[in-house]
Design a protein around this ligand. Structure first.
Ligand code: ADP
Ligand code: MG
Length: 396
């Protein structure tokens, strides 16, 4: 499977000089009153855009932003054009339409190396409906489609998949890198250790099942561990437990045993009397959560066990904080695990918005092998699912 995914044509495999290239990016960045709060996602696309500038291509960029219902002024991509201009040190034209005559004229007017940014693709309901007429209108703006939006590749939308029916379609350099790095997890150097946390087990059942096929050890923390502990019969007080998924958790425990995967669950917990940043808190053994108290973080003994389990790993995947890491009182488990990954020589991949935010807060992002820009997309990739945005690209 990994080989199959790698065998997609990239922007380097096709002539681009003088051509008009429609590039799907993911400029879905956090905005605050028209200002970009975090430009990580914008910077991730610089290699592809700079490559195309170097090739003297005419560059037409498109992306979604947020979840607008029709035209929503606060979700216009216009402010992104200014930020791109600063990053690229060259003019970036903005078109207030995504398709249609105005967009056509702007694209046709581009000089070699010139850059045009189209308005938010989701201002058109046809985008999420994957409407072929919308895809065709987008395709009319260029003569090659480059998909660089790995983080949107799990969605079969007009600009991420549909457009490939109307133009030759190849991967951008960020897309190529994401596929290459995540493919190393499908055929990993062993031992392969995965750490999964976050709030809800129901969000991640698919990826847990997928990981069970490949990992040697699976470490589970965060809110989702509560459901596993409850499934084992532990009283969890007022902790977040998904009672509708106790069976699913038991199944995963059973499958891990069957496959010889070492499944590590918390043995101690930091608990709080209220779900607050500064509540009363204690560390207790699993099974000793007082009635009405809430599990907020893995305990120090668990954190140490997790760190030891990571020590001899050759490949590591981490998604999801191990506690309510936004609050310093409950960030210790996440910190210990992040440190253990940073100190380890293994090839490490981290995905997920909150996990990456935690790494950035801890200043450890630079010590990770690959930080995936795709939250949901990277999880679906690891489940072994075909992502529509990747499947639509030409094979090598
Ligand atoms: P990511 O964005 O890295 O994929 P998730 O979105 O799945 O991670 O999970 C992050 C969320 O999980 C955070 O908001 C965090 O506060 C929450 N969380 C972690 N542990 C717990 C817990 N014990 N109880 C409640 N929420 C938790
Ligand atoms: Mg999240």
């Amino acid at each position: 499977m990994a080989e199959q995914l790698l065998a997609k044509k990239t922007v380097r495999d096709v002539p681009t000089t003088g051509r008009t290239v429609l590039v799907r990016c993911d400029f879905n960045v956090p905005m605050d009153d028209g200002h970009v709060k975090d430009d990580t996602r914008l910077r991730a696309h610089m290699p592809t855009i700079e490559y195309l500038i170097g090739q003297r291509a005419r560059i037409v960029l498109c992306s979604h932003l947020g979840r607008p219902k029709g035209r929503t002024p606060g979700l216009s991509l216009r402010p992104i054009a200014g930020v791109l201009q600063d990053l690229l040190q060259r003019p970036v034209q903005f078109c207030p339409d995504t398709i249609g005559p105005r967009a056509r004229r702007a694209a046709d007017g581009l000089l070699p190396g010139g850059i045009l940014l189209l308005e938010n693709t989701r201002f058109y309901p046809e985008e999420e409906r994957n409407d072929p007429a919308f895809s065709r209108a987008l395709a009319a703006l260029g003569d090659l489609y480059v998909d660089d939006a790995f983080s949107a590749a799990h969605r079969a939308h007009a600009s991420t998949a549909g457009v490939a029916a109307f133009l030759p379609a190849v991967a951008g350099l960020l897309m190529e890198q994401e596929i290459a790095m995540l493919s190393r997890l499908l055929d990993p150097e062993r031992p392969f250790v995965a750490i999964v946390g976050g709030a809800k087990v129901s969000d991640k059942l698919g990826v847990l099942e997928g990981l069970l096929q490949r990992v040697d050890k699976l470490l589970v923390g965060g809110g989702m561990a509560n459901t596993f502990l409850a499934a084992l019969g532990h009283r969890m007080g007022s902790s977040l437990v998904e009672t509708g998924h106790l069976r699913a958790a038991s199944d995963i425990i059973a499958k891990a045993k069957e496959r010889g995967v070492d499944l590590l669950l918390p043995v101690d917990l930091v608990v709080a009397d209220y779900f607050l940043a500064e509540p009363d808190r204690r560390t207790v053994d699993v099974g000793q959560v007082p009635p009405d108290w809430i599990a907020m973080d893995i305990g120090p003994v668990t954190a140490e066990r997790f760190a030891v389990a990571l020590r001899d790993a050759k490949t590591i995947f981490w998604n999801g904080p191990l506690g309510v890491a936004e609050w310093p009182n409950f960030a210790n488990g996440t910190l210990q695990v992040a440190r253990a990954i940073a100190e380890c020589k293994a090839f490490s991949v981290v995905g997920g918005g909150d996990s990456i935010a935690a790494l950035n807060r801890l200043g450890l992002a630079g010590r990770i092998g690959h930080i995936s820009t795709g939250g949901g997309a990277s999880l679906e990739f690891l489940e072994g699912k075909q992502l529509p945005g990747i499947a639509a690209l030409q094979d090598k």
